[in-house]
Design a protein around this ligand. Structure first.
Ligand code: SF4
Length: 308
């Protein structure tokens, strides 16, 4: 369940998957004040299953004037569901704010976005001066004050602006933020702002692959690394156990030749929007024979892989 807390943000990320403001919440309303948010939740509450996670997103949710009150409401109301906050992390630069949020509930994952190893790369994506320093300080605070049961995660979106810095980014994370619980390396999605800015950010899987290769020696240093939106044939097999199926069935396609691929049953598929804007030439059936140990998790199907 994705709850858009509101549509405002203090970053202007080139590949943001949100539409232009203002955009309506899931019930069609443009009103994001506290009372409207609560009414909206109460209307759709019965659709939320106990195994669902509640995603608080935006815009930038932490900038909402009643964010803390709303987070308290959500954590009281949904005690069985995991609460996940998607944020640019800038407001956590304030020690008090970071502690106040972490004090609300231990049932909380916070996912911050960092798009480069330094100010220059990160801010070429966010187009917001000072955003790198604030997000980095925010991450520092969250890791310092985090409590048992909470997860502090980092998302890195791979675009033309960032793909060459994957290794440098992971080296920076290793040096400064090794205690981060999970790092997600996310291939860009062709949606909304990303479509508008496609010339600046477009990159193919083939172009990303050699730079991803360079990160392999670092992956084991971290508690957890995940790769999102990667069809298996776009990366070498040693990365497969890091791959997660991240898109809904109607968000992906398979080529006819995918039927000859030995590993189709483990593959995410080709993101539909990507296929429409970037073509499908680079996806080729995998014919080699590997020994795969499966997980029982449909979203993370491969546990280990070995050559036969
Ligand atoms: S050929 Fe098709 S099924 Fe096989 S890995 Fe590539 S996209 Fe997936």
């Amino acid at each position: 369940m994705d709850i858009c807390v509101w549509d405002k943000c203090n970053n202007k990320c080139l590949m943001c998957t949100n539409p232009d403001r203002p955009w309506p919440a899931w019930d069609g309303s443009f009103d994001y004040n506290y009372k409207s948010l609560i009414k909206r939740i109460e209307k759709s509450e019965e659709k939320i299953k106990t195994y669902d996670s509640i995603y608080l997103s935006g815009g930038e949710p932490t900038l909402h004037p009643d964010f803390l009150k709303f987070l308290k409401f959500i954590s009281d109301r949904f005690q069985k569901q995991r609460i996940k906050l998607l944020t640019n992390g800038r407001k956590f630069l304030y020690n008090d704010f970071a502690q106040e949020v972490l004090n609300v509930t231990n049932n909380l994952d916070i996912e911050l976005s960092i798009y480069g190893p330094n100010k220059k790369i990160h801010e070429s994506v966010t187009r917001a001066s000072g955003s790198f320093e604030q997000t980095i300080k925010g991450l520092e605070n969250l890791l310092n004050y985090k409590k048992e049961g909470q997860l502090i995660n980092v998302r890195f979106v791979i675009t033309k602006l960032s793909y060459k810095y994957l290794e440098e980014f992971l080296k920076m994370m290793k040096k400064r933020f090794l205690l981060t619980d999970r790092i997600m390396l996310i291939f860009w999605e062709v949606e909304h702002q990303a479509v508008k800015n496609i010339k600046a950010i477009r990159i193919t899987y083939n172009q990303v692959s050699p730079y991803l290769e360079k990160t392999y020696h670092l992956l084991k240093c971290f508690k957890e690394i995940r790769l999102y939106h990667f069809p298996l044939c776009t990366i070498s097999e040693k990365f497969w156990s890091y791959v997660w199926r991240t898109l809904p069935e109607d968000g992906v396609i398979f080529k006819n030749s995918c039927n000859q691929c030995r590993y189709k049953k483990y593959c995410l598929g080709i993101p539909r929007e990507y296929s429409e804007h970037m073509g499908i030439k680079e996806f080729k059936p995998i014919k080699n024979n590997f020994k795969i140990k499966e997980t029982k998790d449909i979203y993370h199907p491969i546990l280990t892989i070995n050559k036969k």
